[in-house]
Write a protein that binds this ligand. Structure first.
Ligand SMILES: [Mg+2]
Length: 387
């Protein structure tokens, strides 16, 4: 099975040769920038201890994964311009999904497999996502054909069956975490959305590539652990390092806090109150999906968070990549107790109360406020995170 290099007028200019997910570190740094997980000895160890030699990962391979996400985001941007109403359907859980979500998952996982082999995967979509919706299924096939996919029905079936990894990933050498479109409602509404890919190594995120068509004019945001976070324009161009401001807010300066598009009045008031609890006036900034974290990384907001509330925990694919991207850019990321976010528990963040991402040294204050609200609202400690 092969998906050749995608070429269409809707795509970004071809990136010459093997492009990197950040500028060549060997050219810009004096020390060996190769992450620990990509050293040859480590690769050999990974092969020996994992179920498949496909779990061998190195920097050059990750660059190819960045290229996959760059292409995928541009394909989704084009597909969104011509999205039939009957290609938008409701899932059994009440959320919305489109033929583009499913086609993009097939496209991304197929191209990743060409490079990495059969790496264990946690992905949002599956065979049931648009099953029984003939118009959506037909549009999915049309998109895949346009994108050069030639894996047939067997390949589609395999790609949509392969993302069901669940349970602890602490003993899994490498695992992809994929949300082909985070924020599908925003994708439909013309709001924020983003294709999101992360790589876990024994349950810890070591690589991320999120496509952000609605941030900074359209950019891919990438990071390798200990390698910094980098913007790359979706239309092609130059890399730019992402750096989150550490400068505390001045007296009287507003804290910019992210609120979702469909928030109710009371939810908006609650968000504003959390912002004001930092001792500053609060301005709400609208964003959803992992784009809310990208707003902090881009300097467009100071605080973004997602609370668990009384639910079973947020999905790992809605947060994993952004956690690395934000941290590598210098943001504060943590839970309401200031602890880490445990990404190793499978499909949900069952061990955490919230994911909080802030710039400008606001993290501890926001965490304290959200912890107090959890107590006031009767939410029990998450527990079980091993933190
Ligand atoms: Mg999604």
């Amino acid at each position: 099975m092969a998906i050749g290099p995608v070429r269409s007028a809707t795509l970004a200019p071809t990136i010459g040769g093997a492009w990197r997910c950040y500028p060549d570190p060997m050219a810009s740094q004096g020390s060996d920038p190769t992450p620990e997980f990509s050293r040859p000895a480590e690769r050999e160890a990974a092969v020996g201890s994992s179920p498949s030699p496909a779990t061998t990962v190195d920097l050059d391979d990750l660059d190819l994964a960045c290229g996959v996400m760059h292409d995928a985001t541009n394909l989704a941007v084009a597909a969104r311009r011509d999205l039939p109403r009957d290609a938008i359907v409701d899932k059994s859980d009440g959320s919305v999904v489109t033929a583009v979500d499913v086609a993009l998952q097939v496209y991304i996982l197929t191209r990743l497999e060409e490079v990495f082999g059969a790496v264990p995967t946690i992905a949002e979509e599956d065979l049931g996502s648009i099953r029984g919706k003939p118009a959506a299924e037909a549009h999915c096939r049309r998109l895949l054909a346009e994108w050069g996919y030639d894996g047939g029905e067997a390949g589609i079936h395999r790609a949509l069956s392969s993302g069901g990894l669940d349970g602890s990933t602490r003993d899994v050498a490498f695992a992809w975490v994929l949300d082909p479109i985070d924020g599908t409602q925003g994708f439909v509404d013309g709001d924020h959305w983003c294709p999101c890919l992360a790589l876990l190594r024994r349950g810890e995120v070591v690589f991320a590539a999120n496509g952000h068509p609605t941030v900074r004019g359209g950019a891919l945001l990438t990071a390798v652990k200990d390698g910094g976070t980098w913007w790359y324009p979706l239309a092609g161009g130059e890399f730019e390092r992402a750096e989150v401001s550490q400068e505390p807010l001045r007296v009287g300066e507003s804290v910019r806090l992210v609120a979702p598009a469909r928030a109710t009045e009371s939810q908006m008031r609650a968000r504003a109150a959390v912002g004001c609890s930092t001792g500053h006036p609060c301005t709400l900034v609208h964003s959803d999906s992992q784009a809310k974290y990208a707003h902090v990384i881009a300097g467009l907001a100071d605080v973004a968070y997602s609370r668990r509330g009384g639910g079973p925990g947020k999905y790992v694919w809605d947060h994993a990549g952004a956690i690395l991207l934000a941290r590598e850019a210098g943001a504060w990321v943590g839970d309401t107790d200031g602890g880490d976010i445990d990404l190793s528990l499978g499909r949900r963040l069952g061990g955490n109360r919230a994911v909080i991402c802030t710039a400008r040294s606001l993290g501890p204050a926001v965490a304290r406020e959200l912890a107090a609200r959890d107590v006031a609202e009767g939410f029990t400690p998450a527990g079980g995170a091993g933190r």
